[in-house]
Design a protein around this ligand. Structure first.
Ligand code: CU
Length: 355
């Protein structure tokens, strides 16, 4: 039986195949996920297979997320406030989880971030001791997620055994206690993966009697495993490697500075924080009113956090960074630009006269 296709018909068939194929390049798919496991050899000799989906930024239909570390370090979410009949302050927060977004974490390096309110870290939740905290959580991700807050609360508000599925909602409610610097993160397994991708944030409980006035900053110490081999390729204070080295944080000499430092670094057992040119008083978890030490070095394991209080005598440019050299050379290096404080100029002159 003769089944040859006339050459003119063959031409049109080929033309339509080429046309349809070229459409892919003109209108790329929404998300191209590479699901084939990839094998890596780590520098310690371990052979690791990735479990992560790799989202190809060329095929990503959404916009790359913007993240501004300058804004983040001074931005606090105090919630929507209502005073209840018994005088209790109710603070309501809205947190949405997603896991399909892309951020350019370093020039040309796009990473699939998993976000709370489109941000890594998520918003810094802030309340006062005794407030009623109500968190309206929505999962718009493709995977189950949850919110696990550190602090004192009922078991059913712990966010560990109940994960919230795609499209699901849950309302977490607890009183803000104890005073201190805490954190929250997704607690769905594999927790390592959910944290490494960015589902965490800081949680501050202020004392009823406010702390001394100070210029305040939040630093969430984190890392980015951009090739899914179970090791961080980048380290940072507030997600973007080297950001505060290139954009020094301006503060004043003789001004009280308070830093809320949370270590959420995945894959590495410890992280640390070293401050140049002065020393800080530090309060582990911010729960005590008496400092635990006066130092320029802190070492923290994952989930540890510290409130640091310090000031600078002399103007100038000072680094702060991980004293672990590998971490600092891969991005966890920052700086303060200390300006002359004209408000305290007389004090400074007196000090200079003495020396
Ligand atoms: Cu999660």
């Amino acid at each position: 039986m003769h089944s040859a296709i006339p050459s003119s018909k063959m031409f049109y068939i080929l033309l339509s195949i080429v046309s349809v194929s070229s459409l892919y390049f003109v209108v790329p798919g929404v998300i191209v996920a590479e699901e084939t496991p990839r094998t890596f050899l780590t520098h310690t000799g371990l052979v690791i297979q990735t479990t992560g989906d790799v989202i190809d930024p060329i095929g990503y239909d959404g916009e790359a997320l913007d993240f501004d570390p300058d804004k983040f370090m001074k931005e606090f979410d105090y919630g929507e406030v209502t005073v209840l009949d018994d005088g209790t302050v109710l603070r309501e927060y809205y947190i949405t989880a997603r896991d399909d977004q892309i951020m350019e974490v370093s020039p040309g390096v796009f990473y699939n971030v998993w976000t709370f309110n489109d941000s890594v870290p998520g918003p810094t939740i802030r309340a006062t001791e005794g407030d009623l905290v109500r968190i309206h959580f929505t999962n718009e991700g493709s995977k189950p997620h949850s919110l696990h807050f550190h602090g004192i609360h009922k078991a059913e508000m712990d966010g560990v055994f109940e994960s919230i599925g795609t499209g699901g909602q849950f309302t977490y409610e607890f009183y803000a206690e104890p005073v201190g610097l805490h954190l929250y993160h997704c607690h769905v397994h594999p927790v390592e993966e959910h944290i490494a991708h960015g589902l965490y944030g800081a949680y501050i409980v202020d004392p009823k009697e406010p702390r001394e006035p100070a210029d305040e900053f939040v630093f969430v110490l984190n890392g980015l495993d951009t090739d899914f081999d179970g090791e961080n390729n980048f380290y940072a204070a507030n997600t973007i490697p080297f950001y505060y080295q290139h954009h020094p944080i301006e503060i004043n000499a003789n001004q009280n500075i308070r830093a809320y430092v949370v270590n959420i670094l995945e894959f590495d057992a410890v992280n640390n924080f070293h401050l140049h040119g002065t020393l800080f008083h530090h309060y582990p978890a911010g729960t005590d009113t008496v400092p635990s030490g006066y130092n320029d070095m802190l070492t923290m394991s994952q989930g540890d956090r510290q409130i640091l209080e310090f000031n600078y005598k002399y103007p100038g440019l000072y680094m702060f960074h991980a004293h672990n050299t590998e971490f600092s050379e891969k991005g966890w290096v920052s700086s303060f630009l200390v300006k002359e404080n004209t408000d305290n100029f007389d004090t400074q002159v007196e000090y200079d006269d003495i020396i």
